[in-house]
Design a protein around this ligand. Sequence first.
Ligand SMILES: [Zn+2]
Length: 247
Amino acid sequence: MGQTVVLTGMILQTMPMGEYDKRVTILTKERGKITAFAKGARRQNSTLLAASEPFCFGEFELYEGRTTYTLVKASISNYFRELVSDLEKVYFGFYFLEVASYYTQENNDEKEMLKLLYQSLKALEHPSLENRLVKFIYELRVLVVNGEYPNVFSCMKCGKKENLVCFSTKYRGTLCEECAKKESGILMNDSVLYTLQYIITADLKKLYTFTVTDEVLLVLEKIKKSYWDSYLPHTFQSLKLLEESLA
Ligand SMILES: [Zn+2]
């Protein structure tokens, strides 16, 4: 016999099914990433119509069957309406959702990813934060949550903590001035280094409280591209759409 559970989470993805139904993927605090069947959710008079869209965050009442969940009721506390009403931010937002989906699983503790995703979407809504910076911070912080981030606190070759002037994808982190002479990498100034260090160590609540110059952002993006291309050879469909939208 099944029973009803209430889970807190965010809708990552929805897929139409049949004529009026949907299948939704929810990143939950309690059970990681789950998928649920939302019966009749595409009918105009359904109470689930608006509550079963991507970005919806709240409490979801689900009937737990033997192998599937069925969405019964939803109480949404944040629809991210400002984000959804801005086309450019929507492209960024969908990419954030896809990254979160890629990195999470069912019955895994994904609380940190859910918190990070929530704060990052809030940051996207923030009018004075550059979307591209929010994206970089989110991307790096996702690696931190998953333990795959580069070391930017010492030289990867000699261990020295001073004069870190270069980012090496090959060595998965920074190199000092001396070691950088014999290696290739991306040159960086102190602002780039401090930004990387800050993103990796800052408290989540203070993560989105700074801005950088265009010049710094360009170097950060170069580092990200090089590092992700080498260690995360996955194509995110929403990233392709986002890049096309910005081109
Ligand atoms: Zn060194």
